[in-house]
Write a protein that binds this ligand. Sequence first.
Ligand code: PMP
Length: 357
Amino acid sequence: MERVFNFSAGPAIMPVPVLKIIQKDLLSYQGSGMSVMELSHRSSLFQSIINDAESLLRELMEIPSNYKVLFLQGGASLQFTMVPLNLGKTKVAYVDTGSWSKKAIEEAQKVEGLTVDVIASSKENHYTKNPIIPLVDKEYDYLHITTNNTIEGTVFLNIPTNINVPVVADMSSNILSSSYNVSDFGLIYAGAQKNIGPSGLTVVIIREDLMGQKNQLPAMLDYKVQADNGSMYNTPPTFAIYAAKLMFEWVKELGGVAEIEKINRTKAELLYEAIENSALYRSPVAAESRSLTNIPFMTGKEELDKLFIIQAESKGFMNLKGHRSVGGMRASLYNAFPLEGVKALVAFMKEFEANVG
Ligand code: PMP
């Protein structure tokens, strides 16, 4: 069976070694005679899977002991609601860096009694450049940022130091692909389907003192209830947690986040260089804000972009179509996307340019 180069923004490519382990385990997990999908979440076999997943993630991200790791459902989108519901008391601050942060803002605005201030936005430059985040005072319960903007292709690799409230980060599209210092954040959340594994799982890393600040929250939406029940207040997404555990092992084997970040940087630089050195392609994103994981580019002519995507697909470069709000193409280069795939894409880009130029 031929594999393709899958540039999907998510659900995204997974490493073949991980898929092979899943395949091997499928009919009988560790001699149990059952697949992981058929195991009770209360079984000792599953308990050790979730324990391992947590300790591997703690090790990879160097998560301090005063943070809880939660394995939840509902996607990053449910976190748009859970964050303001649990952490918002009177006034919260948001940075608007594009489509996903706008959705986070809209959901926070629905929480009764909460004032939502958008304290910085890159709307004016069409989300092509990070805004400057002003000093944030104690008057806010938290500041929400999106570390990597999957659609627009911008990233905050450094967290501003002038913020005197807990920073909440939507890290969906670059968790584990760049190193961050967890203690710079009050809460980090990420949908799994880019760097962590299959969809259906959301990882939340939360500083303990930020939980349990509000009473009477619906149980499923209460971080404290989820933490007190070891992420098993209800049936957790067992298969996705198992796959996440294998992904964490794979990252660890490659040398951890710092090592994988180096590879990601090489991959991204290769593609940006090809864009910069061509007369045909351009990147809409300001050089200093460019994402390592989601790279939009375009020819400037819709017809040519369409032709590029059709011809690319015929050669096994899949899911390169850009998001409709940006247009053109977008290459998502998550951890599992191989360097050889970027090299092959760059060769194809040159060939395409020579043919249409
Ligand atoms: N935030 C970001 C940065 C995303 O990229 C996505 C999904 N692409 C979401 C939030 C929404 O995630 P989910 O579909 O898991 O709710």
